[in-house]
Structures are given as C-alpha cells and as structure tokens.
Design a protein around this ligand. Structure first.
Ligand code: FAD
Length: 527
C-alpha cells in the first residue's frame, strides 16, 4: 500500500516536471516577441518561477511557470491577456491570490503566473463608500485588510472565511464560507459588482443588472471566466465585542439537532455564527488557545469515556453585555450539550474574526508543510449514514490524524443557484472539512488515500456529496460535479469569455482549444 502510494506520488511529480518542461519550452518561444510594456513586468528568472511553483497544499511542487507577471494595474492584466490570446501558441495565465489552494489550482505550469499582490504597486486598493453601504476592494486584497479598513468606519462585511489571509478574488472564485453563511450566505452572495478581465483581455464591469451572465458566472467560477480586479462588497455596522462559545456533545444527533435549530432562528434572536468540530478518539485538545487547563482536563475526561466527541462553536456579537448574557441564557436552555461542558471567551470582534491566524502561523513555522485537505458539502438527509461510515467507520481504523475536522450546517436558500458555485440539492446541507496536515510526502499519500476512501464510500452508498474547493482531473467528473444544466452553461460561458482556455489551468477543467472564429477575431486585432 505505502509503496503504491509512493509510486503514484513519484509519477505525479514526474508528470508535472515533464509537463512543465515541455510547456516551458513552448512558451519560451513567445518570450522574445513580448511588447515592451508587458516585458518590463515579466520576470522569467528561475527565482521568481520557483516562488510560484507550489501552493499551500505543498504537493504540486515543480509546477514551474515560464514567467511571473507583476501587474501594477488592471490595464496591465488586460494587455497581458490580449497578448496571450493572440500569441502562437496561446499561453495559459493563472491569477495567484495568496496561493492558499491545496491542489495546484492557482499554478500555471509552463505559462504565466499573475502575481496579484503586485496590483496597486503596494498601495492598498480598498475604499469604503461615503454612505458606508459597501467597500470596493481590489481582487488581490487580503480579507484581513478589508476588515481593518471597514472597521475604521465602524463597519464590516457580513460573511467571512475562518482565516482572513486569503484574497478577495481567490475566495470569490470559490464561495467563501464560515459560520455566518447560514444567515448571510457565502461571500459570493454579498457582492454587488465586479471588475473582470476576461480571457480575451476585455475589461468588463458586471453586476446583477449589467453583464449578469459574467457576474454570476465568475462568482464561484474557479477563475475560469476572468480575473477579478475589483469587488464591491456589502457592509453592515460592526459590533464591538463577541461572546465565543464551545458546547460539547457525545452524540452527533444532539449536535446536529442543536446546530439546525440555531441556523433556523432569524436575526437577531440566535447565534451570529454557528460551526462545529469532530474530535476523534485519538485526538486531544490542548490549553494553548481557547481552553483553560481545567477545561482541557474536563474535555479529555469526556473523551476517555466516549470514543468520538463533538463541539458546537457559536458566537454572539454584542454592544450591550447584558443583552448578550440574556440571549445566551435563553438559548442555552434549549440546547442539548453535555451538562457543564460549555466554555466561553469574550473577545473583540476583530480578535474573533482573526482567531485562526495565530494557529496557522504556529503551524507554518513548524516543519509541517503539506495539507492534503478534503472539503465536502453533504446533504442533511445523509449525515447519519456519513457518521456511521466515516466518523464511526473509516476514521476509527486510523490511529493518527492531524488537523481539525469541521462540521456545520448551511442553508441553501442563502446561495444563489445562478452562480457557478454548486451545492447539494437539499435546503440544509453540511460542510465537512478534513483539514489534515502531513509532515512528509509519504504521510500526505496516506491522507490522500484516506480522502479517496471517504469519497469512495460516498460514491458506493449513493451519498451525493459536492466537493468544496473541488479537485477533479477528468471532464466527466467535472460535469458530474456541476450537474448537466450547470455544466453546459459553464462551458458556454467559457467559450464566450475564455475561448482559448487560458485562465487558471491548474483547476484542470478545460484544456487549451483554439476556436476558429476567435482565431479570426485575433488576426483582426493584430492588424
Ligand atoms: P489562490 O489559491 O491563489 O487562488 C485560488 C483560485 O482562484 C485559483 O484558481 C486562482 O487562479 C484563482 N484566482 C485567484 N485570484 C483570482 C482573481 N483575482 N480573479 C480570478 N481568479 C482568481 N475557504 C473558505 O471558504 N473558508 C475558510 O474558512 C477557509 N479557510 C482557509 C484556511 C486556510 C489556512 C487555507 C489555506 C485556505 C482556506 N480556505 C477557506 C480556502 C480558500 O478560500 C482557497 O484557498 C481560496 O483559493 C483562496 O485562496 P487564495 O486567495 O490564496 O487564492
């Protein structure tokens, strides 16, 4: 088994090396003919390429781009894409946000990596509107910077990711989810307008009213239709502080019943944030972050008694402490956690939203480099089957795992099905995130095999999961992921906005194809 995994990994690396080398040879043929305004921002040196040859996942090393492009403005991106479109052969371009993908989705083997961080030349491109209804943020901006800019006006976007060192363009190309989604929808449901540069180098402003097919296509569109250079994001008043709670369960049924109850409550009666986690029998909690030493002892005692335990994570935003206390007291009476096993912290709103940062920093400074994550959306009707087969089955047979397992419900009506992002076909569905960390390539292979086993279990048992931050390598799997209607629409949008399939090749959805009509258009443009 281990030998098989190693051979597969070796093949993967060799395939990447071979792919990168041949594509690089092809691409280098156009490097000489690059117009000067593009050439001055293009770095084909090996140091630059090496920096863009891997991502947070860490296994797609050696997927070197032929060059790195550092745009100062959206016009620079448009010029590069017009040139790429008309080059012979045309070459791929991948926007790279913060490179926090885990399966090479932001890589451009043999093509051009678009260093989004260069936009604005180091100047922050975040502007809160004068009446405070929205913030305009560059696609390259990190959400932490958007938050801090909005907070200076006493405002905040509504919907978040757990970790804020991700880019606006990167999360809007997926969905952007966290414990606020049940109430406000994912980040893609909170965008009013986008500036996009298409795969033909056109600069288009789009919204629900103008160029709506591009607007909805780009949201959750995995970088396939254009590069987001600006997003207009809705704001609301920011609370001052947050009561942050963890409630423990030994029974998954009680946990999910309480989570589903909480996400059914209208604003402002329930929690403002609802998530949850699974703790397997061999996993221990430590006192370094959330818990006191006494709390750690109580939790680990409970773990000793019950195999797998769970916690519900909730938060109440507040300006008035007494109102928060009253609300929490009322809600607690209606929940079914293990008596006494509830722990809380009181933090500022910024500290709460930025809560994961320290843990990620700690991990990054250790030797752990690889992140073979698997994120799924699971229909509510199959959560019990999933529990039996995965938490109580597959995962009981492994004696070590590292990294949290997230589990919390979302409401489908908060998602707009016109968008490219795709979710299960039930009003309530769960997000399950296996956020594994691996110290070695062999370890990565073990987790990858575990992920495949989980996916295989779902397949064999007809559990229609959707991958979040999806990773597929065949057209058939992509078509299955989107479903026939959505897939056909996505293909049509791709033909229209990126007909030569230049954008974000690391998603492995479309391969370069030359369309005759577009070819003529290009000849025209060249003349
Ligand atoms: P990249 O990884 O650089 O890019 C992602 C994809 O989008 C690539 O295909 C890229 O080509 C494309 N892209 C990048 N920028 C643009 C742009 N401006 N326009 C068009 N396409 C673009 N996700 C959640 O939803 N919730 C979470 O709580 C969450 N937590 C995370 C925590 C950590 C530690 C990590 C590593 C990831 C987390 N993610 C989470 C996943 C994250 O949303 C994705 O990795 C996402 O891709 C954003 O990362 P990025 O900005 O670095 O984008």
């Amino acid at each position: 088994m281990a030998v098989g995994i190693l051979i597969n990994l070796l093949l993967l690396v060799v395939a990447y090396l071979a792919g990168a080398a041949s594509a690089a040879a092809e691409v280098s043929s156009w490097l000489d003919g690059v117009p000067s305004e593009i050439a001055s921002k293009l770095d084909s040196g090996s140091n630059a390429a090496a920096r863009f040859a891997t991502d947070y996942g860490g296994v797609t090393r050696a997927a070197y781009p032929a060059a790195v492009f550092q745009p100062s403005t959206a016009d620079d991106i448009a010029a590069l894409l017009r040139f790429a479109y008309c080059a012979e052969p045309p070459f791929p371009v991948a926007a790279r946000g913060n490179g926090h993908s885990v399966r090479g989705q932001a890589l451009a083997p043999g093509g051009v990596a678009l260093d989004m961080a260069a936009l604005g030349g180091g100047r922050n491109r975040i502007n809160v509107s004068s009446e405070g209804a929205y913030v305009d943020a560059g696609g390259e901006q990190l959400w932490i910077d958007v938050l801090e800019a909005a907070l200076r006006h006493g405002l905040s976007p509504r919907s978040w990711t757990d970790y804020l060192y991700l880019t606006v363009g990167g999360t809007l190309s997926n969905a952007g989810i966290s414990g606020q989604v049940f109430r406000h929808g994912p980040q893609i449901s909170n965008v009013y307008e986008l500036d996009v540069v298409t795969g033909k180098g056109e600069m288009i402003t789009c919204s629900s009213e103008s160029n709506r097919d591009l607007f909805y296509g780009v949201l959750g569109g995995l970088g396939q239709l254009g590069v987001i250079t600006r997003a207009r994001i809705g704001l609301r008043p920011a609370p001052a502080r947050v009561r942050w709670l963890r409630l423990f369960y030994t029974d998954l049924g009680n946990l999910t019943r309480d989570q589903e109850f909480l996400i059914s409550l209208p604003d402002p009666t329930g929690f403002d944030y609802v998530e949850g986690q699974v703790l397997l029998s061999h996993q221990r909690v430590d006192g370094s972050t959330f818990y006191s030493n006494q709390a750690v002892d109580s939790i680990n005692r409970l773990k000793g008694e019950s195999n797998t335990i769970y916690f519900l994570e909730g938060a109440v935003y507040y300006d008035s402490p007494s109102m928060a206390d009253q609300k929490i007291e009322d809600l607690m009476k209606q929940l079914n956690f293990v008596p006494g096993l509830v722990f809380s912290n009181d933090v500022t709103y910024l500290e709460f939203l930025n809560r994961v940062h320290n843990e990620i920093e700690k991990l990054s400074s250790s030797t752990v480099l690889l992140h073979p994550w698997l994120n799924l959306f699971l229909p509510k009707s199959r959560i019990r089957d999933f529990q039996v087969g995965v938490f109580g089955g597959i995962l009981q047979n492994v004696n070590h795992t590292a990294g949290p397992i997230l589990l919390y419900p979302l409401n489908k009506h908060r998602w707009n099905d016109i968008m490219t992002a795709t979710v299960p076909d039930e009003e309530v569905f769960y997000t399950v995130g296996f956020l594994w960390t691996a110290a070695t390539v062999e370890d990565w292979g073990t987790f990858d095999a575990l992920n495949n086993e989980i996916l295989g279990f779902c397949d064999q048992n007809g559990i229609e999961v959707k991958q979040y931050l999806p990773h597929y390598t065949s057209k058939l799997d992509w078509a299955r992921h989107f479903g026939l209607v959505k897939w056909e629409k996505f293909v049509q949008l791709k033909r229209r906005y990126d007909p030569k399939a230049l954008l974000s090749p690391g998603q492995q959805i479309f391969t370069t194809q030359v369309n005759n009509k577009e070819g003529r258009e290009c000849m025209h443009a060249k003349l």
